[in-house]
Structure formats: C-alpha cells, structure tokens
Design a protein around this ligand. Structure first.
Ligand SMILES: NC(=O)c1ccc[n+]([C@@H]2O[C@H](COP(=O)([O-])OP(=O)(O)OC[C@H]3O[C@@H](n4cnc5c(N)ncnc54)[C@H](OP(=O)(O)O)[C@@H]3O)[C@@H](O)[C@H]2O)c1
Length: 263
C-alpha cells in the first residue's frame, strides 16, 4: 500500500512511526510532504522515507493520502490536491471539518474523517472514525490498518459521534493531565515530597485504569470496593461531591462538544 502524508508534524510522525513499526507499509511506500525543511530532513533521516515540499506531487500514485496539517492550513492544501483519482482514499485527521465540507473542498467522494488523540504519539491512542458512503470495503480496511497502528480505533456509521469523540478522547488527555497535576499538588499540600507524590499518583492512575480493564467491572463498583464505611475515602469523596466534581466534568465535556461542532 502506498501512503502519502500531507504534513509531517507531531501526529503525522506518530502515524508514520506506527505504520512502519507495525509493518503496515515499508519505508519505500511512504512519502511525506511538508513545508518545513527541518521536518522533512528529520523524517527522511529517522525513518528512511521520501520527503517532498510538493503536496500534489506527494499524492501521485498513492492508495491513501493522510491529511495531517493544522485545520487552518486545509484550504490551500485542499486546493493543491483537489480532484484526486477516484480510487484514492483521503483520510483527514484534522480536528473539526465535516465529511461533506472535506468532500466539497477536495472535490472527491472517497473520504475518511478520523478523530485520533494525543497518546497516539506513543501508540496508545484512541481514534473514532467514519467514512463516506462511497468508500469501498477495501478502502475502509486500509483506513483501519493505518489508524490501528497508533492505538485502538472505533468505526462509527454516524458522523455526529466524531465531535463527541473529540470532546471526550481528543481533548480528554488535557483533562487527565490537569487532574494528575492537581492530584500531585494535593499530595504536596499535605506534606509528601513532590517526586514521591508524582510516583504515587501516576501509579495509582495506571493501576486504577488497568483494574477497570482486567476486572471488567463498572468503575462505580470498584469505587465502592475502595470506600469503607466511615473511612478516609468517603471523607474525600464527600468533598469532591460537594465541589460538584461530576457536574463540572459534564459541563466541561459538553462545552468541548459544542466548540467541536462549531469548528
Ligand atoms: N497533535 C495531536 O495530539 C492531535 C490529536 C488529534 C488530531 N490532531 C490533528 O492532526 C493535525 C496535525 O496536528 P499536529 O499536531 O501533527 O500539527 P503540527 O505538528 O503543526 O504538524 C503539521 C505539519 O504540517 C506542516 N504544514 C503546514 N502547512 C502546510 C502545507 N500547506 N503543506 C504541507 N505541510 C504543511 C507544518 O509545518 P509548519 O510547522 O512549518 O507550519 C507541520 O510540520 C491537526 O489538524 C490536528 O487537529 C492532532
């Protein structure tokens, strides 16, 4: 499979690393076009792939073209690669931008819209994706193979779930990082050395998420297992409920969803 990347920044590189690492394609089958000479040199040196400063040229002969530029760079890029051959699949990982807008900008019908997230950079991402009705089963399998190279993927038939996935998984790492930061500060506040607080917090989060996966139980059931009557945990949970922890999170995700819909 021949794959062209338009944009070889953080996410483009993550996908290239994943695709090569998982053997989805060989270096000779990948090409990246990027305006940045620094990025081109880095990518060709690091991965032994062809790099160009010519977006249209990069797409020639590709089975699949990944759009990995920032959303504000889409209009000129779409203009350059407009009217691709009908059999070429275009996969956009841009935040926002509906399938119909992408199809219109590219004058093309075989388009996949994917919402990956930042942990894709270490192969631990979650990507929710959808495709136009015109994409073939083979093209969807190609899309699946590159998206699963950077973590888990979920195909959805209804595009409305993409903005929801962006609010949850796309922006989600920032919520988790903020939570972790505050959790560490809370440990420091009660007197733990900062490095110890960080180690305790990170392992607590890793251990808790692994427990959910391994035990296959609902988080509320596991929370009850940690909450002894009259104990320390219930004291802390009472404060979190008093501060409207859940409804704050609910409102935060709803705000991100609303913004994603407006992009
Ligand atoms: N990073 C994430 O965690 C993440 C998660 C989900 C989705 N995404 C989406 O993935 C896309 C890429 O994000 P990113 O973080 O990889 O961005 P990035 O690091 O800025 O990479 C974009 C690359 O495209 C280059 N570029 C700009 N204009 C171009 C043009 N006209 N033709 C070719 N290349 C061009 C940029 O060069 P310059 O830097 O010189 O402009 C840069 O090297 C975004 O649309 C974003 O919404 C990212």
């Amino acid at each position: 499979m021949k794959i062209a990347f338009i944009g070889g920044g953080a996410m483009g590189e993550a996908m290239i690393r994943g695709i090569l690492g998982k053997g989805v394609a060989a270096p000779k089958d990948l090409v990246v076009s990027d305006v940045s000479q620094v990025r081109r040199e880095l990518l060709s040196k690091e991965y032994g792939i062809r790099t160009l400063a010519d977006n249209k040229g990069a797409t020639k002969g590709a089975d699949l073209v990944v759009l990995a530029v920032k959303p504000q760079n889409l209009p000129p890029v779409a203009e350059e690669i407009k009217h691709p051959p009908p059999e070429q699949l275009v996969v956009s990982i841009l935040a926002g931008g509906t399938l119909s807008k992408l199809c219109q900008a590219l004058d093309h019908s075989s388009v996949v819209r994917a919402a990956p997230n930042m942990p894709a950079q270490i192969g631990q991402g979650i990507t929710v994706w959808t495709a136009t009705a015109e994409t073939s089963d083979r093209q969807r399998e190609l899309a699946r193979s590159i998206l699963s190279a950077v973590g888990r993927e979920i195909y959805v038939a209804e595009e409305k779930y993409l903005d929801m996935a962006t609010a949850l998984g796309g922006s989600g790492p920032a919520y988790v990082f903020l939570f972790i930061e505050a959790f560490i500060d809370a440990g420091v506040h009660i007197g733990l050395p900062r490095d110890m607080a960080q180690e305790v917090v990170i392992q607590t989060i890793l251990g808790s998420t692994s427990t959910i996966e391994k035990m296959g139980k609902h988080p509320a059931v596991l929370r009850n297992m940690v909450t002894s009557p009259g104990g320390t945990t219930t004291e802390a949970l009472a404060q979190l409920e008093k501060g409207a922890f859940r409804s704050l999170l609910l409102e935060a995700v709803a705000a991100a969803h609303s913004k994603a819909q407006r992009l």
